[in-house]
Ligand binder design. Structure first.
Ligand SMILES: [Zn+2]
Length: 291
């Protein structure tokens, strides 16, 4: 047992923790337990536990998106021939990203407060995942189909429907259980992979010679690459599965999942800014086919 002198700063091993925290037997130590109040959980923000990287990775990303939102709305957009819709789109998806990162950090910070707290914050975390996915779709669909309003609105409607379906699935009593670990991954992966459909559709609406395709195409590929590598860590529980107990504090699969998802959202935000700048400086009919 890793212990720091007093009960409140004790870290426990997997065999000593309550069952609601026993999600990954390959993480052998570094568990925070017996933190009965929100304040004591909050103080554990400054401990080195197996949740430290999980909490801080998404807390830093949350702060990044707060700053990004101010910067985009106060500096980038006013500098161009934009509309209030541009402010709305950027504010909407950056708020989704902020909520997603903050909810995730909160889950990992407060999950040791008791089984009810664990369940409540896991639900909050999953709401954040759904919003994060929704936030990814909105700028991509809006700016990619900027010149095709009907298609744009159809896909935005479809994304809203997917968000609704995800939220409904979360009402299932087993949705939060450790047993549904895989089912949750499959559901969120399916929602992510749906994005390939508007992407292929968009490719058919622009000429391969058009610079927007050359600009946007690699960005989508890298987004999916980061997300896929993250999901692979999450699903396989590599490296702790092969080195149980050796990556408890640093290098566990969930930590890689967090870092890669945060990087994917940062990457997508930077791509959205580039796409927006392209759209406000390039007129539609001259560069794209009519659909
Ligand atoms: Zn997490």
């Amino acid at each position: 047992m890793l212990c720091r002198g007093t009960d409140s700063t004790c870290l426990r091993t997997y065999d000593e923790i309550p069952s609601f925290l026993q999600g990954n037997p390959c993480i052998r130590s570094g568990y925070r337990v017996e933190l009965r109040t929100k304040l004591s959980c909050l103080k554990s923000l400054f401990w080195l536990s197996n949740e430290t990287v999980n909490v801080w990775s998404h807390l830093v990303a949350f702060l990044y998106f707060v700053v990004a939102s101010i910067w985009v709305n106060c500096v980038v957009i006013p500098d161009t021939l934009s509309t209030w819709w541009d402010h709305f789109i950027f504010t909407f998806y950056l708020t989704c990203f902020q909520i997603s990162m903050l909810f995730s950090a909160c889950f990992h910070l407060f999950n040791c407060c008791g089984s009810e707290s664990y369940k409540w914050w896991l639900r909050v975390d999953l709401v954040g995942v759904t919003l994060g996915l929704c936030g990814c779709y909105i700028p991509g669909v809006y700016y990619a189909f900027h010149c095709h309003e009907h298609i744009q609105m159809s896909y935005i409607g479809t994304v809203c429907l997917l968000v609704l379906l995800c939220s409904t699935a979360q009402l299932h009593p087993l949705f939060l259980s450790h047993r549904w670990h895989w089912k949750r991954l499959v559901l969120y992966s399916a929602v992510s992979l749906f994005g390939i459909i508007p992407f292929i559709h968009w490719i058919t609406t622009v000429s391969f010679a058009v610079s927007i395709l050359q600009l946007f195409y690699p960005k989508v590929l890298i987004l999916y690459l980061l997300g896929s590598i993250g999901a692979l860590f999450y699903a396989t529980r590599f490296p702790e599965k092969f080195f149980p107990g050796h990556v408890d504090l640093f290098g566990a699969s969930h930590q890689w999942w967090h870092i890669l998802t945060a990087l994917a959202l940062v990457w997508w935000h930077l791509a959205a800014v580039e796409l927006f700048l392209y759209r406000v400086t390039t007129s539609c009919p001259m560069t794209e086919k009519h659909v």
